[in-house]
Write a protein that binds this ligand. Structure first.
Ligand code: UT7
Length: 349
């Protein structure tokens, strides 16, 4: 049976390192609080006006393409996952396409936040195993630092996130038993506002609190960014951290077990679990709950923070570069985040 595999992978993180101590200069926080609650020591920030979500994506993509043993012209479809796009529209996929000179092929942006990469891998998998495409370029890239609230008000969100990009090329394989074994995707919109960046948007938060959001303030237009939102600086992401945490530690093990059960495997069969780097405490909880050893789980949030759609491909690529992903290994990818959306992918490398 034709399956798809990850044929090449690459990642890019900006040069600028921002430590927890650096953040204490602009908001009321501490290195101790951040490390204790999240495990994060530092993160990277992209250069404003020089770098963007699409330029970082292009850098990661170039490495993935080379390692896949193809040229950029061999890529026949682009999937781009981000929650921090260059523009409101068009998506960053076409902008990266232009940078890379891949004009003409299809480009699809997906907005599934922390599980964007796992969703994207599932989409790429369907295209490749049905024979429609041979080289799907899948990129996850985030420029969080451009849209965070650096005042104390935003500290619970801001200290967690970092910038960066990861990319893979998904290709067909006929090697017996190898490739992407399955993907499982889930979502529950009931929790949409638990972790959300609501304004500016066309809804203007009307169903949440019309008074607060000042919507509608005029008969035509005015819902994207009202004067009141501007005055209240109501244009940052919000998170109910504990609600997200509680659901994450439930859904991660569930969706990993779903993948294993579907393939008649058990946690002890996993050679490497690469979880979305949401919070080191979440990964540790999942590891313990599933009875996995330190050697079976890859974490790098300490260095990069939470890079949302980029976190799984960055972590996977780093693990691969470190020699932790070898032919025949069973690799499990899992993610949970805003939406809520969550998913897993099981790969025989
Ligand atoms: O990747 C997408 C999914 N996202 C996640 O998985 C995130 C899941 N949630 C979390 O990781 C945690 O909820 C956080 C790390 C975000 C927050 O940790 P927490 O233990 O849930 O803290 P909290 O929000 O309940 O706040 C506890 C206290 C509060 O102070 P009071 O009210 O007890 O006086 C906060 O104001 O900690 C305060 N606080 C901070 N203090 C110093 C919140 N953020 C900070 C901060 N520095 N950065």
């Amino acid at each position: 049976m034709l399956r798809s595999k990850i044929g090449g992978l690459g990642f890019y993180v900006p040069e600028k390192v921002v430590t927890n101590h650096d953040l204490t200069r602009v908001m009321d926080t501490s290195d101790e609080w951040i490390q204790e609650r999240t495990g994060i020591v530092e993160r990277r920030y992209a250069k404003k006006h020089e770098e963007s979500t699409s330029t970082m994506g292009a850098k990661a993509a170039a490495i993935a393409i080379e390692r896949a043993g193809i040229t950029p012209q061999d890529v026949d479809f682009i999937i781009f996952a981000t929650l921090s796009p260059d523009y409101y529209f068009p998506g960053s996929g076409v902008l990266m396409q232009r940078i890379m000179g891949l004009n003409g092929i299809g480009a699809l942006d997906i907005r599934n936040q922390c599980s964007g990469f796992v969703y994207g891998l599932s989409i790429a998998d369907q295209f490749v195993k049905t024979g429609m495409y041979k080289n799907v370029l899948l990129v996850g890239s985030e420029f969080h630092s451009a849209g965070l609230d650096f005042s104390t008000r935003g500290r619970n969100v801001t200290v967690i996130f970092g910038d960066g990009a990861g990319a893979v090329v998904v290709q067909p394989t006929e090697e017996d038993g190898k490739g992407i074994l399955s993907t499982h995707l889930h979502a529950d919109g009931e929790y949409a506002e638990k972790l959300a960046y609501i304004n500016p948007g066309c809804h203007g938060g009307a169903h949440l609190d019309a008074e607060k959001y000042g919507y509608p303030d005029q008969e035509f237009g005015g819902a994207f960014l009202t004067k009141k939102m501007w005055e209240d600086e109501d244009y940052y992401p919000n998170m109910e951290g504990q609600a997200v945490f509680k659901m994450a530690v439930q859904k991660f093990p569930e969706v990993i077990m779903e993948a294993l059960t579907a393939n008649n495997l058990s946690p002890s069969d996993i050679d490497l679990l690469v979880p979305h780097q949401a919070n080191l405490r979440i990964s540790q909880f999942v590891q313990k709950r599933m009875g996995l050893s330190d050697d079976q789980v890859w974490n790098n949030i300490q260095k990069y923070g939470n890079t949302t759609a980029a976190s799984v491909p960055i972590a996977l690529c780093e693990a691969w570069e470190a020699g932790k992903v070898n032919s025949g290994d069973l690799v499990c990818l899992a993610a949970f985040g805003s939406g809520f959306t969550w998913g897993s992918a099981l790969i025989r490398w």
